[in-house]
Design a protein around this ligand. Structure first.
Ligand SMILES: [Zn+2]
Length: 342
């Protein structure tokens, strides 16, 4: 059974003509409504994360700066990250949404999906960046560690961009395995997320980056992920699973040069479902509303078992893959050979 965590309050994070705007969630929720899914899915309201929860991840200075900046009317925090007067409160609500979606998994739900904004995966302990103010995912994980003594967390981040904030927060932490598949950082924001960034100290081997060439399609993603996910999950044995969802790798999305289609999102939901019976999903990016809504519907229906079965991804011949794709997998296999058998 799947549940959603959502609040209409998220629209109060106003961003003017920004690609990350209130319409994104309105379109997603309307598409679920039109499809009749909101009658079948429980929608829970989030409560704002409190300062104690946020300070497990962020510095007091970051929080204070954000609060003062928004109280003074807001504006651009950097070249692409916007905050309006209510954004501080709404960012706390988005972090609370991630916490709520995590706690619901401990109840009767198999899947819980936080449909919130602002997104979070770029926010670092001390700064907002990449449209993100507070790192929702990291706040939720630290909360779950603290409140429920869960020990091992698995994250798959499928947003087109590397979640540098999540990576940084857990870079030294062997309890959190962060796998991010994203567009090659030489060609896209935030310019980090290379294979050799594997974690450090005790966390070495627990930060796995899969940088895909621009132009990569669903078949490239499926090839690499099929070769990695099941093996790594079997060996890591997480207590708790997260899918960090970004739809900006869709071929219709202008914020990346990836060429994924709707079917990818359906496939990854089905594939993860075979690996784990329970999973929390957290929304990050996705900026072409119609494509995002279609992909999101397919993903949710897959998790609901709405008569959709996992599409068989028969790669009819290897030449369908980009040359880079096989090389990326080989490089990951070599780089991680002392940590995981792939
Ligand atoms: Zn993104």
């Amino acid at each position: 059974m799947i549940s959603l965590v959502h609040s209409s309050q998220y629209s109060k994070h106003q961003t003017e003509n920004h690609p990350e705007n209130p319409e994104r969630l309105e379109v997603l929720m309307n598409s679920l409504r039109k499809e009749g899914l909101l009658e079948k899915i429980d929608v829970h309201q989030p409560s704002p994360a409190n300062e104690e929860d946020i300070l497990r991840v962020h510095t007091p200075e970051h929080l204070r700066n954000l609060k003062i900046f928004t109280e003074n009317g807001g504006g651009y925090l950097d070249f692409d990250t916007y905050a309006s007067p209510q954004s501080y409160e709404i960012a706390k609500l988005a972090a609370g949404g991630a916490i709520k979606a995590s706690e619901l998994i401990l109840e009767e739900y198999d899947f819980a999906y936080s449909l919130a904004r602002p997104p979070g995966h770029h926010a670092t302990p001390n700064s907002a960046m990449g449209f993100c103010l507070i790192n929702n995912m990291a706040v939720a994980i630290k909360y779950m560690m603290e409140k429920y003594s869960l020990e091992k967390f698995f994250i798959l981040d499928i947003d087109a961009h590397y979640g540098n904030g999540i990576a940084e927060i857990f870079y030294h932490d062997p309890r959190v395995l962060y796998i991010s598949i994203h567009q090659d950082p030489r060609t896209i924001f935030p310019g980090k997320g290379f294979i050799e960034e594997t974690g450090s100290g005790e966390g070495e081997g627990f930060n796995m980056n899969i940088p895909m060439a621009p132009g990569s399609k669903t078949s490239d993603y499926v090839y690499v992920l099929k070769n990695i996910l099941k093996e790594v999950c079997n060996q890591f044995k997480a207590d708790f699973y997260y899918l960090d969802v970004g739809f900006d790798g869709h071929r219709k999305d202008h914020l990346s040069s990836l060429l994924l289609d709707d079917n990818f999102y359906q496939w990854i939901a089905g594939y993860m479902r075979k690996i784990t019976p329970k999973m929390t999903l957290i929304l990050e990016g996705g900026y072409t509303n119609h494509a995002m809504a279609q992909s999101n519907l397919k993903m949710i229906k897959m998790l609901m078992d709405e008569g959709i079965h996992e599409r068989k991804w028969q790669l009819s011949s290897a030449h369908q893959l980009k040359n880079e794709t096989k090389n990326i997998f080989k490089e990951i296999q070599n780089t991680f050979s002392s940590y995981f058998t792939l």
